[in-house]
Design a protein around this ligand. Structure first.
Ligand code: 8OZ
Length: 369
């Protein structure tokens, strides 16, 4: 019976334990370049079995918030090299989350002030975060334009280039962000995808961009260095689909064929209720995992959303999951693994310093003495 503290190898990546730092947007990378303080922040948390970086834009077009990092310029890659060196020096493993926001953006963040791109020209009822004179704030997302068929290969190529850049910058692998209502999720779910071509309509069409992107990434860096994050029922960023179970079981069966390092599932509403549902019936996560396993999927199963130590221990000990990702607890507890091990009290995260700012609420949470 494995415990949270046992090592595990996921794909090509050996991990010291099964406690993962979830991807967490922190908006502290002006001009999309990670600063030295970001290396400090991740290195402080390197005792996690695996660190997943904050979502990181694969292209300027993929950018949707102020001061989030990118992975498409030399300067950005040099910033990330500092991060991967610091994490590895501290004995950790780190993958970068590859992100294209699709319609969750704003003209002021897009190349030449253009419209954000999406499967269909349907505006999300969602907000983004913009820089401002007083430190920034939330603003409604802009009206998107529908991507032309002839633009999709360029987006796939951007993912491929970003995966290569990630390995060149020293990351142990990548996590494809296919969750939370961003571009790939916008294609998957019928609320945001009204296309009538090969990328819209039936589930297999809506999943086409996802599989093309995974084909490209795994060809470039290997499936053993590739993970993916999905969020079958989250309403985040206006994501909606009345039938998530067949949609995501189809996705799970597709994923099984790749030999991925891991599949990362957000259960319920991201950062919110674990029992959130879309459609009429509760989502069956065990059936999702079974669909993956029955189709030959061998990757580690990573779960996330509102786990505490007891819930996480139960998930790993019963085999419901191989890995558990923690978000807010890792913001406030750089030594979360030790605190779990020693059943020590946890620091409380300050949600006023989650997005934007400097070292306050970022690198100044105390570790145990
Ligand atoms: C919070 C704020 C901005 C972005 C996600 C990348 O939900 C995000 C995100 C979260 O996946």
């Amino acid at each position: 019976m494995p415990t949270l503290f046992d090592p595990i190898t996921v794909g090509d990546i050996p991990l010291a334990n099964r406690i993962v730092m979830a991807p967490l947007t922190r908006n502290r990378s002006p001009r999309a370049v990670p600063r030295p303080i970001t290396a400090t922040y991740y290195a402080q948390r390197a005792s996690a079995g695996l660190l997943i970086t904050e979502a990181t834009a694969i292209s300027h077009q993929g950018q949707g918030y102020a001061d989030v990092p990118g992975l498409y310029s030399e300067e950005q890659l040099a910033g990330w090299r500092r991060v991967t060196d610091a994490v590895h020096a501290a004995g950790g493993k780190i993958v970068v989350q590859l992100w294209h926001v699709g319609r969750i953006s704003h003209t002021s963040l897009q190349p030449e002030g253009g419209a954000p791109v999406a499967p269909s020209a349907i505006r999300a009822n969602a907000k983004t975060y913009l820089a401002g004179p007083d430190g920034g704030g939330f603003a409604p997302t802009s009206e998107p334009r529908a991507l032309r068929l002839d633009e999709l290969p360029g987006i796939v190529a951007d993912y491929r280039r970003a995966a290569r850049a990630a390995i060149d910058a020293g990351f142990d692998g990548v996590e494809l962000h296919a969750a939370n209502g961003y571009l790939i999720d916008q294609f998957l779910r019928s609320g945001s995808n009204h296309r009538d071509d090969a990328y819209g309509g039936p589930i297999e069409n809506r999943a086409r961009l996802l599989t093309e992107v995974l084909d490209a990434i795994t060809a470039e860096i290997g499936a053993g260095r590739t993970g993916i994050r999905i969020s079958p029922v989250t309403p985040a960023n206006d994501a909606s689909d009345p039938q998530p179970q067949p949609l995501f079981e189809y996705v799970a069966r597709k994923l099984a064929g790749y030999g991925l390092a891991y599949v990362h599932v957000i259960e319920g509403a991201t950062g919110g209720a674990r029992d959130f549902r879309q459609g009429d019936t509760p989502f069956d996560y065990a059936a999702l995992k079974a669909a993956y396993a029955n189709a030959g999927g061998k990757g580690a199963w990573m779960v996330n959303n509102g786990y505490d130590q007891a819930l996480a221990e139960a998930a790993v000990e019963t085999g419901a999951a191989d890995l558990v990702a923690f978000g807010k607890p890792f913001i406030a507890n750089p030594d979360l693994v030790r605190r779990f091990r020693e059943r020590a009290p946890l620091n409380t995260p300050d949600n006023t310093t989650f997005y934007g700012g400097t070292e306050k609420g970022y690198t100044d949470y105390p570790a145990l003495a």
